[in-house]
Design a protein around this ligand. Structure first.
Ligand code: FAD
Ligand code: DLZ
Ligand code: SF4
Length: 510
């Protein structure tokens, strides 16, 4: 028996049982290919980061004496797709068995299932041994239910995996600390500067530059900031635990100009590529909290654990339950194009300028920027969810479809009509001002609703509710907003709608 095992670019899990023993009859294969670089206009840091991490992983396997074939992007005999390269290798090396790990993306899953059917050798599938849940666990959990409440799924997983439990009860008796975790950053507070890695990735960048791969964003190839192997990922985790965890929850929803990561962990890239596992991240966070009882309050820890064991697993479950239909859902029937400045940051709106510029510079924005700045604006402006998915799938270093699309179409755009969220996340300037320091230095005025320099979020907000009344009016969580809207004088309503209309017609000049 001669086995070939495929490792995808987001399966860099060195603790996988595949690697426990060295078997000379097994050959691993990894490949840098155009089907993967071209399904979105990826940020250059995303392509460089993934390739660098893949190369580093393959070297590690080699050092551990595993047989490995690594196909470089520019290799002459690279056939540029999983299917064609695998077929070619089977012929060339006379492999008799093909194995792969469950992919996390629907498209790749279909492609590999299909490949297994068309090749003449046998094949088998292994689990990726990364998540707390299986693909279908969420589906079973919510069987027969009309709604999919994240909180319930999260609580079940806390119990099932005995995370922060005291018998059958949550530690402290309380499950949810969200209400403690919504503070604005004090004006003079200087957050800890983020740990960055000064990786030299010029070689990878040069090879990509030789091709016609379309990328977006900026890169410093001699000081590449992202972790590109397990060791650096663990360093980033340690840095987070020591420096950021004590304030993680408090400032989870805070935004500050030119502060691109605040107290966030930036571990999504490492976790999504499986260089580190969610279990080890959570276990270490709990240990840290136990060892520094006077410094780390429980709400900070619970806020972090809920993101990983809660939101991350939940989104994966929704993805496998709802794909492929999910990718074409458009509840509001939004049809507009993304404004040009989403690709340049060239807008006078300070919150959007800061969020987009940092996304172009670092391939990263933290959750509330993605949700309440770019996502919020796009929903208010009626942007087509396809346009937005393409943007989010390209621009962020951690963007893999299973977690990108559920957050974008679901949580942020409500395009799924309320599977992931109970109401659309939209706001006027007042929320943005409450959570950030963007408005003070903005060209637009946060308190003005119509007329010159009126903040666009204000009129677009009411325009959104007005336009979607048929779809939202009956939602009990939104009814209050409609009461406010209906109580406004007709001339005030008209002025707001005219202002919104003007901004939408001139969207590229905002
Ligand atoms: P932290 O704030 O430090 O949180 C810790 C970890 O919790 C993250 O690393 C992540 O693994 C997990 N997490 C937190 N929130 C979520 C969430 N909503 N869904 C799933 N996991 C979560 N996350 C991605 O990993 N890839 C994406 O492509 C992606 N696209 C998004 C698009 C939109 C419109 C929105 C609103 C959110 C998106 N998210 C995505 C979720 C979240 O914003 C990122 O996981 C987070 O910002 C990553 O930064 P961090 O590691 O510093 O997170
Ligand atoms: C995102 C990405 C990119 C840009 N390039 C590659 C690649 O060349 N080879 C590869 O194996 N994987 C790549 N990936 C990640 C894949 O798209 C990812 O494995 C699938 O989305 C499965 O989740
Ligand atoms: Fe953003 Fe409006 Fe505040 Fe400017 S005033 S930063 S556009 S919310």
């Amino acid at each position: 028996k001669k086995t070939v095992r495929l490792i995808l670019g987001d399966q860099l899990n060195s603790n996988h049982s595949w690697f426990k023993t060295v078997d000379d009859s097994v050959t691993y294969v990894m490949m840098e290919i155009r089907t993967e670089t071209d399904y979105a206009s990826h940020h250059i840091q995303k392509v460089v980061g993934i390739f660098s991490a893949m190369r580093s992983f393959s070297k590690e396997l080699e050092l551990n004496k595993h047989n490995i074939i690594y196909i470089n992007l520019v290799d002459e005999n690279n056939l540029q797709s999983f299917e064609n390269n695998i077929k070619n290798l089977i012929l060339k090396h006379n492999f008799t068995h093909f194995e792969y790990q469950l992919p996390d993306e629907f498209r790749v899953d279909e492609a590999l299932k299909n490949l297994s059917k068309v090749i003449t050798i046998s094949s088998s599938i292994a689990d990726s041994e990364h998540f707390f849940t299986t693909r279908n666990e969420l589906e079973h959990f919510f069987e027969g239910k009309k709604t999919f409440v994240m909180e319930n799924f999260y609580r079940m997983l806390r119990k099932k995996h005995t995370v922060l439990m005291e018998g059958n009860q949550p530690l402290t008796g309380k499950w949810n600390y969200d209400s403690d975790n919504r503070k604005k950053l004090p004006k003079n507070h200087k957050p800890t500067p983020p740990l960055v890695f000064n990786n030299n990735v010029s070689e990878v960048l040069d090879e990509i530059s030789k091709t016609d791969i379309k990328t977006i964003g900026n890169i410093d190839a001699v000081n590449f900031v992202w972790p590109i192997n397990r060791e650096q990922s663990l360093q980033l985790l340690d840095f987070f635990l020591v420096e950021c965890l004590p304030l993680f929850g408090s400032y989870q929803d805070a935004m500050f100009p030119n502060e691109w990561s605040l107290y966030h962990s930036r571990l999504s890239f490492s976790m999504n590529l499986k260089m580190i596992s969610p279990k080890e991240v959570i276990d270490k966070a709990i240990k840290e909290w136990e060892s520094r009882p006077n410094e780390i309050e429980y709400n900070q820890l619970e806020g972090f654990v809920r993101q990983i064991i809660g939101w991350r697993e939940y989104m994966r479950g929704i993805y496998w339950l709802k794909m492929p239909e999910y990718a074409s859902m458009n509840f509001f029937n939004n049809q507009e194009k993304l404004p040009d400045w989403f690709w340049t940051g060239n807008t006078k709106m300070n919150c959007l300028k800061d969020t987009i510029n940092q996304s172009l510079n670092y391939a990263y924005a933290h959750h509330i920027q993605r949700l309440m700045i770019t996502g919020n604006f796009a929903l208010l402006a009626g942007i087509h969810p396809d346009e937005l998915d393409a943007w989010y799938l390209g621009i962020y270093i951690d963007a893999i479809e299973w977690v990108e699309i559920t957050n974008t179409r679901g949580m942020s755009q409500f395009a799924d009509g309320g599977i992931v969220g109970t109401k659309p996340y939209v706001s006027s300037a007042s929320y943005i001002d409450k959570m950030s320091h963007y408005c003070g230095s903005c060209y637009y005025k946060k308190a003005i609703k119509t007329g010159e320099k009126a903040c666009p979020f204000n009129s677009l907000y009411w325009n959104f509710y007005d336009k979607n009344e048929e779809k939202l009016g009956k939602n009990p969580r939104i009814g209050m907003m409609y009461n406010v809207w209906r109580k406004m004088q007709p001339e005030v309503q008209v002025a707001l709608l005219e202002q919104a209309d003007y901004y939408l017609k001139n969207i590229n000049n905002l």
